[in-house]
Design a protein around this ligand. Structure first.
Ligand SMILES: Cc1ncc(COP(=O)(O)O)c(C=O)c1O
Length: 378
């Protein structure tokens, strides 16, 4: 599935570069199970910041990170938030696994690792010759640029010009080159038009998450295992794993659903997309502001047959509801002003309380207009 042909010269260059920069690449088994990470790596992590540009942070490409900005190690149960029935309005338990405590604040750092690592360890990508090109609306490109920097590889980030200022500001400090293409979250085609141009230059190696098998394979092997572990840790007697819901961009994350379906065959899978860009639901298109998902394409990831299409659901998420009525929705269902929700939280303030403190009289119009869901889903 992944081309593992060795390029001897490239590999020699990469090994030399790794030695010079003290780079140790973690294994997938270590990403699944942090107990396998050597003590000397953990000792180094204990005085390294979560987002530091330090190769040791490759070991934090893990769902098991402690919820700490500085010096965190690992925990058996991945970080999660439980959505109380009072908010959801349904009696079943809803657990959301949190990607906030990955470096970059998003799990896409794992997907991009899954794409770059095979080319690096085979020598097909030569770190002394190639640039790693990361086309994406944001989190994949941020993850790719971050990993490239940790792995001493040159990188090029390509993303739409309308993405948030925070994304561009941070990328300036990480990526070798940034290219802004026309449009917003929905304008993936424009990004790929640009990659066709770049491809003429043989030093540019494009890491297209929509076609790289490293993306779904990383999620199957790492995200899928983490979700199963999380369920086993939180389940109470008599409870079963009824369903798993993913939001989809490249359909890499959804591959975790394939692993879950193998382990829990009765479970239903669902995939969410912005209703303003209903590609799966209605072969449709349009602009929306949920950063990270949905872009008018059904990808190679879907073509590999994620189990969601066997007997799953597609969900339309109204971006406008999240942005304009987020606070209102949180308080519906009986929460009084100022009342905090009991979250099994990963370190952040309870969401309802944060929204309420910020906008005690309801979300003002100008904030609604400017709002976007940021890289950590806030
Ligand atoms: C926060 C977030 N959630 C979900 C997704 C969608 O993941 P995938 O591309 O694996 O379908 C992305 C993609 O960038 C994302 O950034």
């Amino acid at each position: 599935m992944i081309d593992l042909t060795i390029n001897k010269t490239g590999l020699e260059h990469n090994i030399q570069k790794a030695k010079e920069n003290h780079i140790i690449i973690p294994t997938i088994a270590q990403m699944q199970n942090p107990d396998l990470i050597p003590e000397k790596i953990k000792a180094k992590l204990s005085h390294t910041g979560l987002w530091d540009v330090d190769p040791v942070n490759l070991f934090r490409i893990s769902w098991h990170n402690e919820a700490k900005e500085q010096g965190g190690l690992f925990q058996a149960v991945p970080n999660y938030v439980e959505i109380p029935s009072k908010l959801s309005g349904v009696p079943c338990r809803i657990i959301a696994m949190s990607g906030k405590w990955f470096p970059t604040g998003c799990h896409k750092v794992g997907a991009s690792f899954g794409c770059l690592a095979p080319r690096l360890v085979t020598g097909q990508f030569d770190a002394t010759y190639h640039h790693a090109v990361w086309p994406s609306t944001g989190n994949y490109c941020r993850g790719g640029a971050f990993n490239s920097k940790l792995l001493a590889c040159e990188s090029v980030a390509i993303l739409p010009q309308d993405m948030s200022k925070e994304r561009f500001d941070w990328l300036k400090s990480i990526a070798g080159q940034i290219i802004a293409t026309p449009g917003c979250e929905s304008n993936v085609k424009e990004i790929f038009d640009k990659t066709w141009e770049l491809k003429q230059d043989p030093t540019m190696m494009i890491f297209n998450q929509f076609a790289e098998m490293g993306n779904p394979l990383w999620h199957y092997n790492v995200t899928g295992y983490a979700l199963a572990e999380l369920f086993e840790a939180v389940k109470k007697p008599g409870q079963n794993f009824a369903g798993a819901c993913f939001t989809s961009g490249s359909a890499g994350t959804m591959s975790a659903g394939d692993l879950l379906k193998e382990r829990y065959p009765h479970l239903k899978l669902a995939v969410g997309e912005a209703l303003q860009c209903p590609t799966i639901l209605d072969n449709g298109f349009g602009g929306h502001r949920i950063e990270g998902i949905g872009d008018k394409r059904l990808t190679d990831g879907f073509a590999t047959g994620p189990a969601v299409f066997e007997d799953g659901f597609a969900l339309g998420i109204k971006a406008v509801d999240l942005l304009d009525h987020g606070g209102e929705l949180l308080f519906r269902g009986g929460l009084a002003d100022g009342e905090a929700v009991e979250f099994v939280d990963d370190g952040g303030p309870p969401v309802a309380q944060a929204v309420n403190n910020r906008f005690p009289g309801g979300t003002p119009q100008d904030v609604q207009e400017d709002a976007h869901v940021d890289d950590t889903g806030q």
